[in-house]
Design a binder for this molecule. Sequence first.
Ligand SMILES: [Zn+2]
Length: 153
Amino acid sequence: MEQPNLLNEHNKQEYPPMHTAEHILNATMVRTFGCPRSKNAHIERKKSKCDYELTTAPTEEQLQEVEAKMNEVIARHLPVSIEFMTREEAARSVDLSKLPEEVSKTLRIVKIGDYDACACIGTHVSNTAEIGTFRITTHSYADGILRLRFKLA
Ligand SMILES: [Zn+2]
């Protein structure tokens, strides 16, 4: 099989539960607001942040819904699986807009149950049961960017 390219400059030291939560958060934000996945994320063991492009500021209720949805998905104990597929196959079910054009024909797709699928070379937990409880700690909105800070407990 063709060797998959590095899909982005992934930090190999990323804490797998937090990084997997980032995938679920991206899917939840896309589903809730119709926004793109985060283009700017900073993932650490104790706390992380993700930025999202939103046309209007979210309400407190919407952010509470995001947090509740995160914990509902985590509590489903979804398996995290890896599949290798061609770019053409992947394009049917995965948003590849963040991938550079020159990326190889074979992609590593990370699936979180039937909730999310994303091309990624990072390290993930094998089941969402390992993530713990997700909590948004602070949020701010300015100039079309929502900045969410969150942690796991
Ligand atoms: Zn990943």
